[in-house]
Design a protein around this ligand. Structure first.
Ligand code: NAD
Ligand code: UGA
Length: 316
C-alpha cells in the first residue's frame, strides 16, 4: 500500500518535531519545513529534529513559508499539519507585531489559497487558547473570543481564515485550540522549561504576579494525538479545544518541580505581564465526542519526563 504523505510546517519546533516523529512511527512519509526563526536558539531546534532526520521516510526543507510556493508542495502531499507560527503571548506587543502578522496570518492565508486548488485531504491547523482571553470556568468553543494579546489576535485571525476557506471553498481544514502544552522539548521561553532549567542550575526563577494564575496544562503527547484524530475524523470547518487533565496554578507547578528535583526554587517576583490571562480551563466535550480525544497525562505524570529531558538538553 502507498504510504500517506504528510506535510508538517514548523517541524523543528516543540510540537512540530514531536508530531513528525509520531507520524513517522505511524507509517507516514513526512515532508518537514522549518526556517529556524529567531524565537529561540537554533541549536535547540536542530536537536529537536535529530530523531526525525534519522528516519528514512523524513524529508527536511529549510524554507521560510513567507516566501514559499505552496502549490507545488501541496501537490506532493495528502495531508497538512500547519504548526508553524511565531508563538508567545507576552512578546507580541510593540514593533514585533508585524512579524506575528506575517508568520501567523499571512502564511496561513497563503496555505489556504493553495489548498483551494489542491487535492489535499485534510489540513490541521494549530490554534490557541489565547483566542479566548480570560475565562472564569470551563470554556467551550461557543464562547465569544476576546484575545488579551496581539498574538491571540493573530491566532484568531488565522483560525477565522480557516473557517472562511472551509465555508466558501470547502477546504477540509480544522483548527485545534491547544491549551499551554508542556513536556519534553517545550520551548525555552515557556514556564515549565524556564522553571526546571533554573531550579536545576540554581538560578532565580521569575513569577509574574502572585503565581495564583492557573492553566489547563496539556501534555505534548495528548496534543499530538489530537492532531492524528483530527486528521482522521470526517470533520471540516470545525474548531476544537484541546486541553489536558489538570488545571494548576503557577505556584503549584513550582512546588511540584521542587519536590521532583529535590531542589529549592529561588523565586523573584515580577509584575503581572500584559497579555496573560488569569485562568484558562478547556471544556473538551466537543473533541471527546467528535474526535474521540481523551487526554491521558496529568502534570504529575508528565513533568518527570520533562525534567529528564531538560537535564539531558543542558547536561545537568
Ligand atoms: P515553536 O516555536 O517551538 O515551533 C514553531 C516552529 O515554526 C519553529 O521551529 C519556527 O522556526 C517555525 N516557523 C515559524 N514561522 C515559520 C516560517 N515562516 N517558515 C518556516 N518555519 C517557521 O512553537 P510551538 O510551541 O511548537 O507551537 C507550535 C504551534 O502551536 C504554533 O502555531 C503555536 O501558535 C501553537 N500553540 C502552541 C502552544 C504551546 O503551548 N506550545 C499553545 C497554543 C498554541
Ligand atoms: C502558552 C504558549 O506559550 C502560547 O504560545 C500559547 O498560545 C498559549 O500557551 C495557549 O495556551 O494558547 P502561556 O500560557 O503563557 O502560553 O504559557 P507559559 O509561558 O508556559 O506560561 C504559563 C504561566 O506561567 C503564565 O501564567 C505566565 O505568566 C507564567 N510564567 C511564565 C511565569 O510566572 N514566569 C515565567 O518566567 C514564565
Amino acid at each position: 500500500m502507498k504510504r500517506k504523505r504528510a506535510l508538517v510546517t514548523g517541524c523543528a519546533g516543540f510540537i512540530g518535531s514531536t508530531l513528525s516523529e509520531r507520524l513517522l512511527r505511524e507509517g507516514y512519509e513526512v515532508y518537514g519545513i522549518d526556517a529556524f526563526v529567531h524565537n529561540y536558539d537554533r541549536w535547540v531546534k536542530e536537536r529537536n529534529l535529530q530523531g526525525a532526520l534519522a528516519h528514512p521516510q523524513f524529508r527536511f526543507f529549510e524554507r521560510d513559508l513567507r516566501s514559499l510556493a505552496f502549490d507545488e508542495l501541496l501537490a506532493r502531499v495528502d495531508v497538512v499539519f500547519h504548526q508553524a507560527a511565531l508563538p508567545g503571548v507576552r512578546t507580541s506587543w510593540g514593533s514585533q507585531f508585524q512579524e506575528y502578522v506575517d508568520h501567523n496570518i499571512l502564511v496561513t492565508q497563503a496555505l489556504l489559497e493553495a489548498a483551494k486548488n489542491s487535492h489535499v485531504q485534510k489540513i490541521v491547523c494549530a490554534s490557541s487558547s489565547s483566542v479566548y482571553g480570560g475565562m472564569s470556568g470551563p470554556a467551550d468553543e461557543t464562547i465569544m473570543p476576546q484575545p488579551l494579546s496581539p498574538y491571540g489576535v493573530t491566532k484568531l485571525a488565522a483560525e477565522q481564515l480557516c473557517q472562511l476557506y472551509a465555508a466558501v471553498y470547502g477546504v477540509p481544514v480544522v483548527s485545534l485550540r491547544y491549551f499551554t502544552v508542556f513536556g519534553p522539548r517545550q520551548r525555552p521561553d515557556m514556564a515549565f522549561h524556564k522553571f526546571i532549567k533554573n531550579v536545576l542550575s540554581g538560578q532565580p526563577i521569575e513569577i509574574y504576579g502572585d503565581g495564583e494564575q492557573s492553566r489547563d496544562f496539556t501534555y505534548i503527547d495528548d496534543a499530538v494525538t489530537a492532531n492524528l484524530l483530527a486528521c482522521a475524523a470526517p470533520v471540516k470547518g470545525v474548531v476544537f479545544n484541546i486541553g489536558g487533565v489538570s488545571q494548576l496554578t503557577v505556584n503549584d507547578v513550582i512546588s511540584l518541580i521542587e519536590t521532583r528535583t529535590g531542589q529549592r526554587a529561588n523565586i523573584q517576583r515580577r509584575p503581572e505581564q500584559p497579555g496573560d490571562p488569569r485562568h484558562t480551563f478547556a471544556d473538551i466535550t466537543k473533541a471527546r465526542h467528535l474526535l474521540g480525544y481523551d487526554p491521558q497525562f496529568d502534570v504529575e505524570k508528565g513533568i518527570s519526563l520533562q525534567i529528564e529531558q531538560v537535564r539531558r538538553l543542558y547536561n545537568f
